[in-house]
Design a protein around this ligand. Structure first.
Ligand code: OFO
Length: 172
C-alpha cells in the first residue's frame, strides 16, 4: 500500500512524464516541418518512450492500491530558434527529470517504501542513458554549428543513434 506522500510524489512524476512526451512531440513536429526527417523520427520515438514511462508509473500506482492521477498538462514550446536551441532544451529537460527521479528515490527511502525504491531503480538507469544520449547529441550539434551540410549529415545519422539506443535498452 502506498502512503499518501509517496502516492502524491508518484502522481507528480506521472505528470512530468506526460509533459515530457508532449514536449518531445512538439519538437518532432517542429523538426518535421523544418524538413529534418531523421530528427523528427528520433523525437517521435522519444515522445513514445516518455509515454511508456508514464504508463509504467500509472500501472504501478494503481497496482499498489493507489489511484493514478491523469491531470492537465502544461503546454510545451512549439518553436525554436535553431536545432541547437532545441537540443539544448532537450538536454536541460532530461537533467530536470533526473533531479525529479532522484527526489522521488529520496522520498521512498524516507518513507521506508522499499518496493517503490526498487521500482524506481529502472528510472534511475533510464535517466543515466537518456542524459548521455542528449549530451552526445548536443556535443555533435555544437561541432556542426551553422553548417548546413553538417546538419544534413546529422539528420541522416541521428536515426542510427536511435537504433543504438534501442539496442542498448533491449534487455529491459
Ligand atoms: Fe522519462 O525518461 Fe527521460 O525524461
Amino acid at each position: 500500500m502506498l502512503s499518501k506522500n509517496i502516492q502524491d510524489a508518484l502522481n507528480s512524476q506521472i505528470k512530468i512524464e506526460a509533459e515530457s512526451s508532449q514536449i518531445y512531440l512538439a519538437m518532432a513536429c517542429w523538426a518535421e516541418v523544418k524538413g529534418l526527417e531523421g530528427v523528427a523520427n528520433f523525437m517521435y520515438a522519444q515522445s513514445d518512450e516518455e509515454r511508456e514511462h508514464m504508463l509504467k508509473l500509472v500501472k504501478f500506482v494503481n497496482e499498489r492500491g493507489g489511484h493514478a492521477q491523469i491531470s492537465e498538462l502544461k503546454a510545451p514550446n512549439v518553436t525554436f530558434k535553431s536545432f541547437k536551441e532545441m537540443f539544448k532544451k532537450l538536454f536541460e529537460h532530461e537533467v530536470f527529470v533526473s533531479q525529479s527521479i532522484n527526489e522521488l528515490v529520496h522520498i521512498s527511502l524516507q518513507e521506508k517504501d522499499y518496493a517503490t525504491h526498487n521500482f524506481l531503480q529502472w528510472y534511475v538507469a533510464e535517466q543515466i542513458e537518456e542524459e548521455a544520449v542528449a549530451r552526445n547529441i548536443l556535443d555533435k550539434i555544437n561541432m556542426i554549428g551553422d553548417d548546413k551540410g553538417g546538419l544534413y549529415l546529422f539528420d541522416r545519422d541521428i536515426e542510427n543513434l536511435t537504433v543504438t539506443t534501442a539496442a542498448t535498452n533491449a534487455p529491459e
